[in-house]
Design a protein around this ligand. Structure first.
Ligand SMILES: C[S@@+](CC[C@H](N)C(=O)[O-])C[C@H]1O[C@@H](n2cnc3c(N)ncnc32)[C@H](O)[C@@H]1O
Length: 440
Protein backbone atom coordinates (compact mmCIF):
# COMPACT_ATOMS: atom_id res chain seq x y z
CA UNK A 1 0.00 0.00 0.00
CA UNK A 2 2.44 2.69 -1.11
CA UNK A 3 1.95 6.32 -0.29
CA UNK A 4 2.30 8.95 -2.95
CA UNK A 5 5.91 10.14 -2.69
CA UNK A 6 6.41 13.73 -1.56
CA UNK A 7 8.97 14.29 -4.29
CA UNK A 8 9.06 17.00 -6.96
CA UNK A 9 6.02 16.60 -9.16
CA UNK A 10 5.16 17.51 -12.69
CA UNK A 11 1.77 17.71 -14.28
CA UNK A 12 3.05 16.29 -17.57
CA UNK A 13 2.32 12.57 -17.93
CA UNK A 14 5.00 10.32 -19.42
CA UNK A 15 5.02 10.11 -23.20
CA UNK A 16 3.14 6.84 -23.49
CA UNK A 17 0.12 8.00 -21.45
CA UNK A 18 -1.02 11.60 -21.52
CA UNK A 19 -3.72 13.34 -19.48
CA UNK A 20 -7.05 12.38 -21.00
CA UNK A 21 -5.93 8.89 -22.04
CA UNK A 22 -8.04 6.04 -20.70
CA UNK A 23 -6.92 2.64 -19.46
CA UNK A 24 -8.67 -0.31 -17.87
CA UNK A 25 -7.33 -1.08 -14.39
CA UNK A 26 -7.84 -3.56 -11.59
CA UNK A 27 -7.63 -1.50 -8.42
CA UNK A 28 -5.51 -2.52 -5.44
CA UNK A 29 -5.36 -1.24 -1.85
CA UNK A 30 -6.17 2.21 -0.55
CA UNK A 31 -3.25 4.63 -0.14
CA UNK A 32 -2.80 7.70 2.02
CA UNK A 33 -4.26 10.69 0.17
CA UNK A 34 -7.76 9.64 -0.91
CA UNK A 35 -6.88 7.29 -3.73
CA UNK A 36 -6.18 3.61 -4.38
CA UNK A 37 -3.17 2.00 -5.98
CA UNK A 38 -3.30 0.25 -9.32
CA UNK A 39 -0.58 -0.73 -11.80
CA UNK A 40 -0.40 -0.15 -15.50
CA UNK A 41 2.45 -1.91 -17.30
CA UNK A 42 4.43 -1.97 -14.06
CA UNK A 43 3.92 1.69 -13.23
CA UNK A 44 1.98 2.78 -10.13
CA UNK A 45 -1.26 4.62 -10.83
CA UNK A 46 -2.96 6.52 -7.98
CA UNK A 47 -6.66 6.29 -8.82
CA UNK A 48 -9.34 8.48 -7.26
CA UNK A 49 -13.09 7.77 -7.13
CA UNK A 50 -12.59 4.03 -6.86
CA UNK A 51 -12.32 1.28 -4.23
CA UNK A 52 -10.02 -1.69 -3.64
CA UNK A 53 -10.95 -4.67 -5.81
CA UNK A 54 -12.82 -2.68 -8.47
CA UNK A 55 -12.25 -2.95 -12.21
CA UNK A 56 -12.52 0.49 -13.73
CA UNK A 57 -11.82 2.61 -16.76
CA UNK A 58 -9.49 5.31 -15.48
CA UNK A 59 -8.67 8.59 -17.15
CA UNK A 60 -5.13 9.84 -16.66
CA UNK A 61 -5.07 13.28 -15.00
CA UNK A 62 -1.33 13.77 -14.56
CA UNK A 63 1.87 12.24 -13.29
CA UNK A 64 4.41 12.80 -10.59
CA UNK A 65 7.91 12.06 -9.39
CA UNK A 66 9.42 12.58 -12.82
CA UNK A 67 6.82 10.34 -14.45
CA UNK A 68 7.42 7.43 -12.07
CA UNK A 69 3.72 7.35 -11.16
CA UNK A 70 0.48 8.42 -12.77
CA UNK A 71 -2.63 9.99 -11.35
CA UNK A 72 -6.03 9.01 -12.69
CA UNK A 73 -9.76 9.26 -12.02
CA UNK A 74 -12.05 6.25 -12.31
CA UNK A 75 -14.56 7.50 -14.89
CA UNK A 76 -16.41 4.20 -15.48
CA UNK A 77 -16.85 1.32 -13.07
CA UNK A 78 -16.82 -2.07 -14.79
CA UNK A 79 -16.93 -4.15 -11.63
CA UNK A 80 -18.05 -2.27 -8.51
CA UNK A 81 -17.03 -2.96 -4.94
CA UNK A 82 -19.74 -3.99 -2.49
CA UNK A 83 -18.77 -0.85 -0.55
CA UNK A 84 -19.70 1.50 -3.41
CA UNK A 85 -22.75 3.73 -2.86
CA UNK A 86 -24.45 6.51 -4.81
CA UNK A 87 -22.64 9.72 -3.74
CA UNK A 88 -25.04 11.87 -1.69
CA UNK A 89 -23.48 15.01 -3.21
CA UNK A 90 -24.14 15.68 -6.93
CA UNK A 91 -20.99 17.84 -7.16
CA UNK A 92 -18.62 15.05 -6.13
CA UNK A 93 -16.95 12.83 -8.69
CA UNK A 94 -14.29 12.99 -11.40
CA UNK A 95 -13.61 16.54 -12.59
CA UNK A 96 -16.02 18.05 -10.05
CA UNK A 97 -15.56 19.52 -6.55
CA UNK A 98 -12.30 18.35 -4.99
CA UNK A 99 -13.47 18.67 -1.37
CA UNK A 100 -14.55 15.07 -0.72
CA UNK A 101 -12.65 11.92 -1.69
CA UNK A 102 -15.03 9.23 -0.43
CA UNK A 103 -18.60 10.29 -1.23
CA UNK A 104 -18.91 7.12 -3.31
CA UNK A 105 -17.97 4.90 -0.35
CA UNK A 106 -20.28 3.49 2.33
CA UNK A 107 -19.53 5.34 5.59
CA UNK A 108 -18.48 2.24 7.55
CA UNK A 109 -16.19 1.30 4.65
CA UNK A 110 -14.70 4.82 4.60
CA UNK A 111 -13.70 4.22 8.21
CA UNK A 112 -12.19 0.84 7.38
CA UNK A 113 -10.13 2.51 4.63
CA UNK A 114 -8.90 5.15 7.08
CA UNK A 115 -7.97 2.52 9.67
CA UNK A 116 -6.07 0.62 6.96
CA UNK A 117 -4.15 3.78 6.02
CA UNK A 118 -3.16 4.41 9.65
CA UNK A 119 -2.02 0.81 10.10
CA UNK A 120 0.02 0.94 6.89
CA UNK A 121 1.66 4.25 7.75
CA UNK A 122 2.72 2.96 11.19
CA UNK A 123 4.06 -0.24 9.69
CA UNK A 124 6.00 1.49 6.95
CA UNK A 125 7.22 4.64 8.70
CA UNK A 126 7.53 3.53 12.33
CA UNK A 127 8.00 -0.23 11.97
CA UNK A 128 5.04 -0.69 14.35
CA UNK A 129 2.49 -3.42 13.65
CA UNK A 130 -0.50 -1.76 15.27
CA UNK A 131 -2.68 -4.89 15.10
CA UNK A 132 -0.05 -6.83 17.02
CA UNK A 133 0.69 -3.98 19.41
CA UNK A 134 -3.00 -3.23 19.99
CA UNK A 135 -4.02 -6.85 20.22
CA UNK A 136 -6.63 -6.27 17.52
CA UNK A 137 -7.31 -4.36 14.34
CA UNK A 138 -7.14 -0.58 14.38
CA UNK A 139 -10.58 0.99 14.13
CA UNK A 140 -11.58 4.46 13.00
CA UNK A 141 -14.38 5.68 15.27
CA UNK A 142 -17.10 8.18 14.39
CA UNK A 143 -16.91 11.44 16.30
CA UNK A 144 -19.92 11.93 18.62
CA UNK A 145 -22.62 13.98 16.88
CA UNK A 146 -22.01 12.35 13.50
CA UNK A 147 -25.09 12.29 11.22
CA UNK A 148 -24.36 9.87 8.35
CA UNK A 149 -21.08 11.71 7.74
CA UNK A 150 -22.90 14.83 6.50
CA UNK A 151 -23.60 18.30 7.93
CA UNK A 152 -20.49 18.48 10.13
CA UNK A 153 -18.20 21.14 8.72
CA UNK A 154 -18.45 24.32 10.81
CA UNK A 155 -15.68 26.13 8.91
CA UNK A 156 -15.58 26.30 5.12
CA UNK A 157 -13.39 28.37 2.86
CA UNK A 158 -15.33 28.91 -0.36
CA UNK A 159 -13.30 29.99 -3.40
CA UNK A 160 -14.61 32.91 -5.47
CA UNK A 161 -14.35 33.00 -9.29
CA UNK A 162 -13.71 36.03 -11.52
CA UNK A 163 -17.43 36.87 -11.61
CA UNK A 164 -17.64 37.01 -7.81
CA UNK A 165 -19.47 33.68 -7.47
CA UNK A 166 -18.54 31.43 -4.55
CA UNK A 167 -17.90 27.73 -5.09
CA UNK A 168 -15.39 25.01 -4.24
CA UNK A 169 -12.13 24.13 -5.96
CA UNK A 170 -11.66 21.27 -8.39
CA UNK A 171 -9.16 18.64 -7.15
CA UNK A 172 -5.52 19.84 -7.54
CA UNK A 173 -6.71 22.93 -9.39
CA UNK A 174 -7.42 26.62 -8.84
CA UNK A 175 -10.54 26.31 -10.94
CA UNK A 176 -13.73 27.15 -9.00
CA UNK A 177 -16.61 24.68 -9.35
CA UNK A 178 -19.89 26.53 -8.83
CA UNK A 179 -22.03 24.68 -6.26
CA UNK A 180 -25.35 25.63 -4.69
CA UNK A 181 -24.87 23.54 -1.56
CA UNK A 182 -22.19 21.71 0.39
CA UNK A 183 -23.57 18.62 2.09
CA UNK A 184 -20.70 18.20 4.53
CA UNK A 185 -21.13 21.76 5.85
CA UNK A 186 -23.45 22.43 8.78
CA UNK A 187 -26.69 24.06 7.62
CA UNK A 188 -25.76 27.34 9.36
CA UNK A 189 -22.87 27.77 6.89
CA UNK A 190 -24.96 27.73 3.70
CA UNK A 191 -27.85 29.51 5.45
CA UNK A 192 -25.63 32.63 5.50
CA UNK A 193 -26.41 32.87 1.78
CA UNK A 194 -22.71 32.61 0.88
CA UNK A 195 -23.48 30.56 -2.24
CA UNK A 196 -26.41 32.70 -3.37
CA UNK A 197 -24.78 36.12 -3.20
CA UNK A 198 -21.95 37.70 -5.21
CA UNK A 199 -18.60 38.52 -3.59
CA UNK A 200 -17.04 41.06 -5.95
CA UNK A 201 -13.31 41.57 -5.42
CA UNK A 202 -12.93 38.60 -3.04
CA UNK A 203 -10.65 35.61 -3.72
CA UNK A 204 -12.43 33.52 -1.12
CA UNK A 205 -15.03 33.71 1.64
CA UNK A 206 -14.53 32.00 4.98
CA UNK A 207 -17.73 31.00 6.70
CA UNK A 208 -17.65 29.98 10.35
CA UNK A 209 -20.56 28.58 12.34
CA UNK A 210 -19.36 28.58 15.97
CA UNK A 211 -20.96 26.72 18.86
CA UNK A 212 -22.13 30.05 20.36
CA UNK A 213 -23.70 32.87 18.34
CA UNK A 214 -24.52 33.27 14.65
CA UNK A 215 -22.43 32.16 11.67
CA UNK A 216 -20.14 34.80 10.18
CA UNK A 217 -18.77 35.38 6.68
CA UNK A 218 -15.26 36.80 6.24
CA UNK A 219 -14.19 37.83 2.73
CA UNK A 220 -10.56 37.09 1.84
CA UNK A 221 -8.41 39.14 1.51
CA UNK A 222 -9.81 40.65 4.66
CA UNK A 223 -10.26 44.35 5.11
CA UNK A 224 -10.47 45.61 8.66
CA UNK A 225 -10.59 43.51 11.78
CA UNK A 226 -11.43 39.81 11.51
CA UNK A 227 -14.33 39.10 13.89
CA UNK A 228 -13.99 36.77 16.85
CA UNK A 229 -16.29 33.85 17.54
CA UNK A 230 -16.94 31.88 20.72
CA UNK A 231 -16.53 28.10 21.06
CA UNK A 232 -17.73 26.19 24.14
CA UNK A 233 -16.32 22.94 25.52
CA UNK A 234 -16.97 21.01 28.69
CA UNK A 235 -13.68 20.27 30.41
CA UNK A 236 -13.31 18.10 33.52
CA UNK A 237 -13.40 21.22 35.73
CA UNK A 238 -16.51 22.67 34.04
CA UNK A 239 -17.62 24.35 30.84
CA UNK A 240 -15.40 27.01 29.30
CA UNK A 241 -16.03 29.46 26.47
CA UNK A 242 -13.01 30.22 24.31
CA UNK A 243 -12.61 33.19 21.99
CA UNK A 244 -11.24 32.30 18.53
CA UNK A 245 -10.50 34.53 15.54
CA UNK A 246 -12.95 33.70 12.73
CA UNK A 247 -9.92 32.78 10.58
CA UNK A 248 -7.96 31.25 13.47
CA UNK A 249 -7.58 27.55 14.20
CA UNK A 250 -10.43 25.56 15.73
CA UNK A 251 -11.45 21.99 14.96
CA UNK A 252 -14.06 21.92 12.17
CA UNK A 253 -16.22 18.98 13.32
CA UNK A 254 -18.61 20.12 16.06
CA UNK A 255 -17.77 17.05 18.19
CA UNK A 256 -14.01 17.07 17.58
CA UNK A 257 -12.61 19.58 20.09
CA UNK A 258 -14.70 18.01 22.88
CA UNK A 259 -13.66 14.45 21.96
CA UNK A 260 -9.97 15.30 21.66
CA UNK A 261 -10.04 17.24 24.95
CA UNK A 262 -11.80 14.35 26.73
CA UNK A 263 -9.24 11.88 25.36
CA UNK A 264 -6.07 13.93 25.92
CA UNK A 265 -7.03 15.17 29.39
CA UNK A 266 -8.34 11.77 30.45
CA UNK A 267 -5.19 9.96 29.36
CA UNK A 268 -2.77 12.51 30.81
CA UNK A 269 -4.73 12.63 34.06
CA UNK A 270 -2.82 15.68 35.31
CA UNK A 271 -2.99 16.06 39.06
CA UNK A 272 -2.93 19.05 41.42
CA UNK A 273 0.53 20.56 41.64
CA UNK A 274 1.83 19.08 38.37
CA UNK A 275 3.55 21.01 35.58
CA UNK A 276 1.94 20.79 32.13
CA UNK A 277 3.13 21.96 28.73
CA UNK A 278 0.73 22.54 25.80
CA UNK A 279 2.68 22.80 22.53
CA UNK A 280 0.99 24.17 19.38
CA UNK A 281 -1.64 25.43 21.81
CA UNK A 282 -3.91 27.42 19.47
CA UNK A 283 -6.36 29.38 21.60
CA UNK A 284 -5.65 27.20 24.64
CA UNK A 285 -8.13 24.30 24.45
CA UNK A 286 -5.92 21.73 26.18
CA UNK A 287 -4.12 24.32 28.32
CA UNK A 288 -7.47 25.34 29.86
CA UNK A 289 -8.24 21.74 30.85
CA UNK A 290 -4.72 21.24 32.18
CA UNK A 291 -4.95 24.50 34.17
CA UNK A 292 -8.15 23.25 35.81
CA UNK A 293 -6.51 19.91 36.61
CA UNK A 294 -3.19 21.09 38.07
CA UNK A 295 -4.76 23.91 40.10
CA UNK A 296 -3.00 26.90 41.65
CA UNK A 297 -0.10 24.80 43.02
CA UNK A 298 0.66 23.61 39.51
CA UNK A 299 1.85 25.34 36.39
CA UNK A 300 0.84 25.36 32.71
CA UNK A 301 2.82 26.77 29.81
CA UNK A 302 1.08 27.10 26.42
CA UNK A 303 3.25 27.71 23.35
CA UNK A 304 1.64 29.05 20.18
CA UNK A 305 3.33 30.69 17.19
CA UNK A 306 0.44 32.57 15.63
CA UNK A 307 -0.01 36.10 16.98
CA UNK A 308 -3.83 36.00 16.94
CA UNK A 309 -3.93 32.50 18.42
CA UNK A 310 -1.52 33.45 21.23
CA UNK A 311 -3.51 36.62 22.03
CA UNK A 312 -6.73 34.65 22.24
CA UNK A 313 -5.02 32.01 24.38
CA UNK A 314 -3.89 34.75 26.81
CA UNK A 315 -7.47 36.03 27.08
CA UNK A 316 -8.94 32.55 27.35
CA UNK A 317 -6.50 31.43 30.05
CA UNK A 318 -6.90 34.60 32.16
CA UNK A 319 -9.05 32.79 34.79
CA UNK A 320 -6.01 30.61 35.70
CA UNK A 321 -3.12 32.70 36.96
CA UNK A 322 -0.85 29.65 36.97
CA UNK A 323 -1.24 29.31 33.16
CA UNK A 324 1.11 31.31 30.92
CA UNK A 325 1.21 31.70 27.15
CA UNK A 326 4.43 32.07 25.20
CA UNK A 327 4.17 33.25 21.62
CA UNK A 328 7.07 31.47 19.97
CA UNK A 329 8.03 28.75 17.53
CA UNK A 330 7.71 25.43 19.32
CA UNK A 331 11.20 24.23 18.34
CA UNK A 332 12.80 27.36 19.79
CA UNK A 333 10.62 27.36 22.92
CA UNK A 334 11.27 23.70 23.73
CA UNK A 335 15.02 24.06 23.14
CA UNK A 336 14.93 26.96 25.63
CA UNK A 337 13.15 24.79 28.20
CA UNK A 338 15.70 21.99 27.74
CA UNK A 339 18.62 24.44 28.08
CA UNK A 340 17.05 25.82 31.26
CA UNK A 341 16.77 22.22 32.56
CA UNK A 342 13.04 22.60 33.03
CA UNK A 343 10.87 19.60 33.81
CA UNK A 344 7.23 18.97 32.91
CA UNK A 345 5.03 16.12 34.11
CA UNK A 346 2.75 16.03 31.07
CA UNK A 347 3.03 17.42 27.55
CA UNK A 348 0.50 17.90 24.73
CA UNK A 349 1.71 18.03 21.13
CA UNK A 350 -0.85 19.14 18.54
CA UNK A 351 1.24 20.18 15.54
CA UNK A 352 0.14 21.13 12.01
CA UNK A 353 0.07 18.49 9.23
CA UNK A 354 3.85 18.35 8.94
CA UNK A 355 4.11 16.95 12.48
CA UNK A 356 6.40 18.04 15.32
CA UNK A 357 9.53 16.57 13.72
CA UNK A 358 12.67 14.96 15.02
CA UNK A 359 14.24 17.98 16.80
CA UNK A 360 11.06 18.87 18.69
CA UNK A 361 10.15 15.34 19.80
CA UNK A 362 13.72 14.67 20.94
CA UNK A 363 13.72 17.86 22.99
CA UNK A 364 10.29 17.01 24.40
CA UNK A 365 11.71 13.67 25.51
CA UNK A 366 14.38 15.58 27.48
CA UNK A 367 11.74 17.33 29.61
CA UNK A 368 11.41 14.10 31.64
CA UNK A 369 7.60 14.04 31.46
CA UNK A 370 5.67 10.96 32.54
CA UNK A 371 3.39 11.13 29.48
CA UNK A 372 3.03 12.93 26.15
CA UNK A 373 -0.32 13.17 24.33
CA UNK A 374 -0.06 13.75 20.59
CA UNK A 375 -2.96 14.93 18.41
CA UNK A 376 -2.23 14.38 14.72
CA UNK A 377 -4.16 15.19 11.56
CA UNK A 378 -1.65 13.30 9.39
CA UNK A 379 -0.96 9.67 10.30
CA UNK A 380 2.28 9.76 8.27
CA UNK A 381 3.67 12.60 10.39
CA UNK A 382 2.54 10.82 13.57
CA UNK A 383 4.18 7.58 12.46
CA UNK A 384 7.47 9.38 11.69
CA UNK A 385 7.40 11.10 15.08
CA UNK A 386 6.58 7.75 16.73
CA UNK A 387 9.81 6.38 15.25
CA UNK A 388 11.81 9.41 16.50
CA UNK A 389 10.31 9.00 19.97
CA UNK A 390 11.00 5.25 19.99
CA UNK A 391 14.66 5.96 19.19
CA UNK A 392 14.93 7.96 22.43
CA UNK A 393 13.12 5.42 24.62
CA UNK A 394 9.46 6.39 24.33
CA UNK A 395 6.69 4.01 23.37
CA UNK A 396 3.21 4.42 21.96
CA UNK A 397 0.82 3.14 24.63
CA UNK A 398 -2.62 4.30 23.44
CA UNK A 399 -4.16 5.27 20.15
CA UNK A 400 -7.55 6.48 18.94
CA UNK A 401 -8.30 7.06 15.28
CA UNK A 402 -11.25 9.42 14.89
CA UNK A 403 -13.30 10.17 11.80
CA UNK A 404 -13.35 13.94 12.30
CA UNK A 405 -13.65 14.53 8.52
CA UNK A 406 -16.23 12.08 7.06
CA UNK A 407 -16.46 11.83 3.24
CA UNK A 408 -12.86 13.05 2.95
CA UNK A 409 -9.71 10.92 3.29
CA UNK A 410 -8.67 12.81 6.42
CA UNK A 411 -8.81 11.50 9.99
CA UNK A 412 -7.41 12.56 13.34
CA UNK A 413 -5.26 10.36 15.56
CA UNK A 414 -4.82 10.87 19.28
CA UNK A 415 -1.84 8.99 20.72
CA UNK A 416 -0.30 8.60 24.14
CA UNK A 417 3.44 8.07 24.57
CA UNK A 418 5.20 7.05 27.75
CA UNK A 419 8.85 6.39 28.57
CA UNK A 420 9.84 2.75 28.31
CA UNK A 421 10.57 1.78 31.92
CA UNK A 422 13.36 -0.47 32.99
CA UNK A 423 12.37 -3.77 34.61
CA UNK A 424 11.26 -3.25 38.19
CA UNK A 425 10.80 0.49 37.78
CA UNK A 426 7.47 1.79 39.10
CA UNK A 427 5.28 3.91 36.84
CA UNK A 428 5.21 7.65 37.62
CA UNK A 429 1.60 8.78 38.01
CA UNK A 430 -1.83 7.35 37.35
CA UNK A 431 -1.42 7.46 33.56
CA UNK A 432 1.42 4.93 33.81
CA UNK A 433 1.02 1.71 31.88
CA UNK A 434 3.34 -0.35 29.82
CA UNK A 435 3.54 -3.03 27.20
CA UNK A 436 0.80 -3.36 24.64
CA UNK A 437 -0.73 -0.33 22.98
CA UNK A 438 -4.34 0.18 24.03
CA UNK A 439 -7.16 1.22 21.79
CA UNK A 440 -9.14 4.14 23.33
C1 LIG B 1 -3.53 21.76 14.78
S1 LIG B 1 -3.52 23.36 15.48
C2 LIG B 1 -3.85 22.96 17.17
C3 LIG B 1 -4.38 24.07 18.01
C4 LIG B 1 -4.94 23.69 19.38
N1 LIG B 1 -4.12 22.70 20.08
C5 LIG B 1 -6.39 23.22 19.30
O1 LIG B 1 -6.64 22.04 19.51
O2 LIG B 1 -7.27 24.05 19.03
C6 LIG B 1 -1.82 23.74 15.42
C7 LIG B 1 -1.45 25.08 16.00
O3 LIG B 1 -0.03 25.19 15.98
C8 LIG B 1 0.35 26.49 15.56
N2 LIG B 1 1.71 26.32 14.97
C9 LIG B 1 2.01 25.77 13.79
N3 LIG B 1 3.35 25.68 13.65
C10 LIG B 1 3.89 26.18 14.78
C11 LIG B 1 5.23 26.35 15.25
N4 LIG B 1 6.26 25.95 14.51
N5 LIG B 1 5.43 26.90 16.45
C12 LIG B 1 4.37 27.31 17.21
N6 LIG B 1 3.08 27.15 16.83
C13 LIG B 1 2.85 26.60 15.63
C14 LIG B 1 -0.73 26.96 14.62
O4 LIG B 1 -0.81 28.37 14.59
C15 LIG B 1 -1.98 26.30 15.25
O5 LIG B 1 -2.59 27.15 16.16
Amino acid sequence: MPTEPAAPQTDAAPEDLAPGDRVELVVGPVAHGGHCVARHEGRVVFVRHTLPGERVVAEVTGSGHGGRFLRADAVRVLQPSADRVLPPCPWSGPGRCGGCDFQHVDLAAQRRLKAAVVAEQFQRLAGVDLAEALGGEVVCEPVPGDHDGLGWRTRVEFAVDGSGRAGLRRHRSHEVVPVDDCLIAVREVTATGVLATAHPGAEAVDVVAPSRGPAVQVPVPTSGRVPDVVEAVTLPGGEVELGVGARGFWQVHPGAAQTFADTVLGWLDARPGERALDLYAGVGLFAAGLAQAVGGRGRVLAVEGDRGGAEHARDNLRPWRHARVRRDRVDRAVRGLVNARERYDVVVLDPPRSGAGKAVVRDVARLRARAVAYVACDPAALARDTAYLAAVGWQLTRLRVLDAFPMTHHMECVALFEPVRKTGERPRGAGGRRGRVELS
